[in-house]
Design a protein around this ligand. Structure first.
Ligand SMILES: NC(=O)c1ccc[n+]([C@@H]2O[C@H](COP(=O)([O-])OP(=O)(O)OC[C@H]3O[C@@H](n4cnc5c(N)ncnc54)[C@H](O)[C@@H]3O)[C@@H](O)[C@H]2O)c1
Length: 268
């Protein structure tokens, strides 16, 4: 099957779709034939996404959704299945990053981070998996982070929340494998989105190129190795990995964690 049509007739739910990696995943899925229910807590961002993609209005449905609310997630998934169709693919992209050294970390920042990055993944994956196992088919992809696999200063809450999301997704994958549902994670490194730019601004940098260069070169004093491939990822680089894992090309892959970080975590 041509990659341009490989998702034809498939229905996908994407969270965190208003911008960055979620928007890239949504655009790529629509371009390859899927109908995407694009969700985000930012309703205006979703409207912008829809306005930017006038080419396939019939294949893009936008629905506001806060993934931290389990009842709202269950209600939305039930409504989508009733009114649009059975979900073939669910992609967890919604995420937040609040950086702080642990000694200064506020309880509310820890809780908010886990509420989105970990609990949100539970809510969406559970609602999707319940229905997918009944049909004996489906694919769930969670966008985690390479910070889940390597300690980082100032990122304990974020890294721990992402490590939990990775292990949760693997355990879910094990439970549903015999029912024909695959569950995988994609772990990006530094990717050029609003989240990454906010991090650079927090570090006091207003010059995008200089900030990117520092990330690429690494900083031994901060125990950061740099990016061997010498570039910051584009959102499309991450979307490509998500689409592969969501597609039938990955039909024999489950419980996998695919790093898309240009070698930054030096994983063998
Ligand atoms: N940008 C990076 O360098 C990078 C690196 C590794 C992992 N990631 C992960 O990739 C994912 C996407 O990141 P991004 O860089 O595109 O971020 P972004 O901040 O640009 O976009 C995140 C989106 O998630 C939405 N969101 C946040 N909380 C939500 C909630 N409770 N319910 C629904 N939507 C919510 C936001 O409104 C936003 O549209 C995140 O999970 C992030 O942790 C990003």
């Amino acid at each position: 099957m041509s990659p341009d049509t490989e998702f034809r007739g498939r229905l996908a739910l994407v969270t965190g779709a208003a911008r960055g990696i979620g928007a890239a995943v949504t655009r790529a899925l629509v371009a390859r034939g899927a109908h995407v229910v694009a969700t985000d807590r930012d309703a205006q961002g979703l409207d912008r996404l829809a306005a930017d993609r006038p080419d396939h209005p019939d294949r893009l449905t936008v629905r506001p959704l806060d993934v931290t609310d389990p009842e709202a997630v269950e209600a939305l998934v039930a409504d989508v299945e009733r009114t649009v169709g059975p979900l073939d693919v669910a992609v967890n992209v919604a995420g937040i990053l609040r950086s702080s050294p642990v000694t200064a970390l506020r309880d509310e920042d820890w809780a908010a981070t886990f509420a989105v990055n970990t609990n949100g993944v539970l809510h969406v994956s559970r609602a999707a998996a319940r229905r997918m196992v009944e049909r004996g088919t489906g694919s769930i992809v969670t966008v985690a982070s390479n910070a889940a696999g390597i300690p980082r200063t100032g990122m304990a809450a974020y890294a721990a929340s992402k490590a939990a999301a990775v292990m949760f997704t693997k355990c879910l994958g094990l439970e549903v494998a015999a029912r024909g549902v695959r569950c995988n994670t994609v772990s990006p490194g530094s990717t050029d989105t609003d989240m990454q730019r906010a991090l650079w601004a927090e570090a006091g940098s207003t010059d995008r190129d200089a900030a990117a260069r520092r990330v690429i070169e690494g900083d031994l004093a901060a125990h950061r190795t740099g990016i061997p491939l010498g570039r910051i990822a584009a959102p499309d680089d991450v979307a490509e990995a998500v689409l592969f894992l969501a597609s039938d090309r990955a039909r024999h892959i489950t419980l996998h964690d695919l790093y898309v970080d240009g070698g930054a975590t030096l994983r063998a």
